[in-house]
Design a protein around this ligand. Sequence first.
Ligand code: LRH
Ligand code: MN
Length: 426
Amino acid sequence: MKINKEQIHDSNLIGITSHQENFDFLANRLTKNGYDVTSLVSKLSEFQVAIPSWALGAGGTRFGRFSQFGEPSNLTQKIEDVGLIHSLTQTAGAVSLHIPWDVPEDYKAIKEVAYSLDIKFDAVNSNTFQDQKNAKESYKYGSLSNVSQAVREQAIQHNIDVINIGNKLGSKCLTVWLADGSCFPGQNNFQTAFQNTQNSLKDIYKGLPSDWKMLIEYKPYEPNFYSTVIQDWGTSFMLANECGEKAFTLVDLGHHLPNSNIEQIVSILMLKGKLGGFHFNDSKYGDDDLTAGSIKPYALFLIFNELVYGMKNNPQNPDLAWMIDASHNVKDPLEDIIQSLEAIQEAYAKAMLVDQNLLKEAQQNNDVVKCQEILQEAYRTDVRPLLEKARLNRGGALSPIKAYRSLDLRNHLIKERGRNTVATGL
Ligand code: LRH
Ligand code: MN
């Protein structure tokens, strides 16, 4: 299913006047305060977030899964759904595939579909946390860290296969997340598990094309509930350094113990030139994979404040991979992703309004109150007219959620696909 620019243009008519008023008012105020509004809007337009191929259907937990109906049942339909999101938001110009959930059957055809929808292939994700049918070895007791060399070799080969699949699609990045760990004290020798993982990652790294990156994603627990080999940013950072200059740390916002200071982690990883990218989502308790900015929007703003500072002051850190990683138990997956994109762009826009020089000066003077005033002056600014302008400039929707509903897209998908299709993924 495709929507065209005219349909979006028509759905914008109702809001265009108030948008223009709000935009002119904000642009006028920002210009008076020395901001370059055109540059702010173009930075927002250039900001593209990759959509996870595994989060276009209803998610679920061990307690159940409730379908959203009209779910994509193959990779082509998944790319088309990313195309729908991108048409409306103009900030979802990439998809991140998970292998083997989304192995292309016809590379030429799938690339043509993606190209026609202005969708690029971002990082490809390996999967050594589930056993595949007729697999020779099992990952029950781990993959790259497993005590069995045969299991480690199978997992290493899988990652090499994922790189080859990504290469045929034009991807330039491999994401490795390991469920490896233990559920009970004594089950693992921590040093052996770490050494095996380090050596296995190095073998995968040897298979990385020269212009590729390897992102090492950490997570404190789940599905293992006593220890996880790559449990935190420090472990991922050590492993990335051991591998080499093409290996970096991936920060999934949900992969932190309660009250972790993620913005500080981001800041130091950028200082060390080892921040590779993000899996954006939000959470109240564990790895809840909720809509980005739906629980802790100020924390997301503080992370982007460090990112904007780092993108200006840390040339040693590469361009970042922006990706969403969420799961939808009660929301329409496409609406959930649209809301995440809005929250991410909003946090970025507010962070670009932080007067970093004034903040640095206040920090140098230990003027703690002024530091907070500078941050919250930016955070309290309603930047939505800037996001709307960025979308309008590219033919997108003023309000993607309103357009998604006024164009009745979910019902169109159900008519096209029926009510019983189930998307692969989590
Ligand atoms: C692990 C994770 C990882 C993916 C998976 C789908 O929790 O965040 O990024 O491989 O979710
Ligand atoms: Mn993730």
